[in-house]
Ligand binder design. Sequence first.
Ligand code: B4P
Length: 190
Amino acid sequence: MLNIVLFGPPGAGKGTQSAKLIEKYQLVHLSTGDLLRSEIAAGTELGLKAKELMDAGILVPDEVVIGMIDHKLEHNPNAKGFIFDGFPRTIPQAEALDALLLNRKTAISSMIALEVEEKELISRLLIRGQSSGRPDDQNESLIAQRVKEYNTKTAPVAHFYQGQDKFHSVYGIGEIEEIFGKLCLIMDSL
Ligand code: B4P
C-alpha cells in the first residue's frame, strides 16, 4: 500500500495537490478538514463542537479526529493506499495513526511537506475566503492564529517522520502543475 501524509501549514496547497494525487495514483483521500466540515454541514453534535474551535483557528481534540480516521480506514478495506491531508496535526495523532495502520498490517510510506512562507499563506487564504465563505478564511488575525497553531503543535510532526526516515519536502510556491510534477517525482521513487 502507498500511504502518504501530505503536510504543510494552512493554505500550503494540501487540498489542491491531494485532489490531483488521488486521481493519478488511485488513492483514497482522507482530509480531516473536509470530514469536520461535513459534520458541521450535517449539524451533528460533533460538528457543532468542532465549528466553535475551527472558527477560532484552534485544532479540534485529538480523539475526535483519530476516531474519524479510524472509521474511514474501516470503511475502505480494499484501498490501494491513502492520502492523509491535514492529518496528523499533532504528535499524539501521528502515534495513533501508526498504531491504526499497524493493526491493518500497513504503515506510512512517506510524509511530503509543502513549504510556503507565511505572507503567501495569508494572501492565498484571504483570496479563498472571498469565494468560499469559509469562516476561518475571513480575516488576517484568524489566519495568523491558525499559522501559530501550526507552528506550535503541528510543525513538530515533521520531526516524527524525519526520525523514521520518511520525510520529503517540496517548495510550494509556483504553478500548481509544476508543484504537482515535483510531488509525482517523489511518489514515483517510493
Ligand atoms: P483544513 O481543512 O485542513 O484546512 P487548511 O489547512 O486551511 O487548507 P489546505 O492547506 O488544504 O488548503 P490549500 O492549501 O489546498 O483545516 C481547517 C481546520 O480544521 C483547522 O484549522 C482545524 O481547526 C481543523 N482540523 C483539520 N484537521 C485537523 C486535525 N487533524 N486535528 C485537529 N484539527 C483539525 O488551499 C489554500 C488556497 O491556496 C486555495 O484557495 C488554493 O486554490 C490556493 N492554492 C493552492 N496551491 C496554490 C499555488 N501553488 N499557488 C497559488 N494558490 C494556491
